[in-house]
Design a protein around this ligand. Structure first.
Ligand SMILES: Nc1nc2c(ncn2[C@@H]2O[C@H](COP(=O)(O)OP(=O)(O)OP(=O)(O)O)[C@@H](O)[C@H]2O)c(=O)[nH]1
Ligand SMILES: [Mg+2]
Length: 198
């Protein structure tokens, strides 16, 4: 199996804070998710959208995957993305993250390929927290996600605590994205207005 090569976009959330389905977000009259796909195509051979509304994507040749364990939040999406992926590690991004940074993706890939450490998740630290997206997860953790969800553990944090996780330090990541724009996510209408400069 190839080590790298698959990217997955999570697009199956409830968008409660935004008030409309975020997978339909538009920037300059183009659907944001298609911008993400165009960029990811430069760095990945396989792109998967994990959504529960496949009808939104009839016009595209990307892979569409629906949640297998439905209704458990981001872990549902990561689980389905990993199941569907043909590479060992999968890059995950959320459909509301407009600033994909290809240089940082390449940097993370080089860590996965070249570091002589064992990790199944590659994420970035931000203060005391961990950024769950713009990150890589291994197919080997599918079973751990299933175990967590069967015990009602829906948080990504409980996953990071139990699985060998490599954290890129905030200082290191800021070299690529000084204002942390590569982790920006548009959760509310205000976030969207600020992003569009309106
Ligand atoms: N496939 C899938 N993706 C999900 C699910 N829940 C959240 N996501 C995705 O995970 C990412 C981060 O989630 P949030 O930003 O909290 O999105 P959300 O849950 O739709 O928004 P809120 O309801 O406002 O919290 C987004 O890309 C969501 O689409 C789910 O149950 N399935
Ligand atoms: Mg969000």
């Amino acid at each position: 199996m190839k080590k790298l090569g698959t990217a997955a976009i999570l697009a199956g959330g409830k968008s409660t804070r935004m008030g409309f389905d975020k997978q339909l977000l538009e920037v300059s009259e183009k659907r944001l998710i298609y911008n993400l796909i165009d960029k990811l195509n430069k760095e990945f051979e396989e792109i998967i959208i994990v959504t529960n509304s496949p009808e939104y994507y009839s016009d595209s040749n990307i892979k569409i995957m629906e949640d297998i364990i439905v209704g458990e939040g981001p872990l549902s999406g990561i689980h389905a993305g990993l199941k569907c992926a043909s590479s060992q590690f999968v890059y995950f991004i959320a459909c509301d993250m407009p600033n994909i940074n290809l240089k940082y993706i390449r940097y993370m890939k080089s860590k996965i390929r070249d570091l002589e450490i064992y990790a199944e998740i590659y994420v970035t630290r931000c203060g005391k927290n961990i950024e769950p997206f713009n990150a890589f997860y291994s197919k080997d953790i599918i079973i751990d996600i299933e175990n967590n969800l069967s015990q009602g553990k829906r948080s990504l944090r409980s996953l990071f605590e139990k699985i060998p996780t490599y954290c890129i330090e905030e200082k290191e990541a800021r070299i690529f994205s000084p204002n942390w724009e590569m982790f920006l996510n548009l959760n509310t209408e205000e976030d969207l207005r600020n992003f569009l400069g309106k």
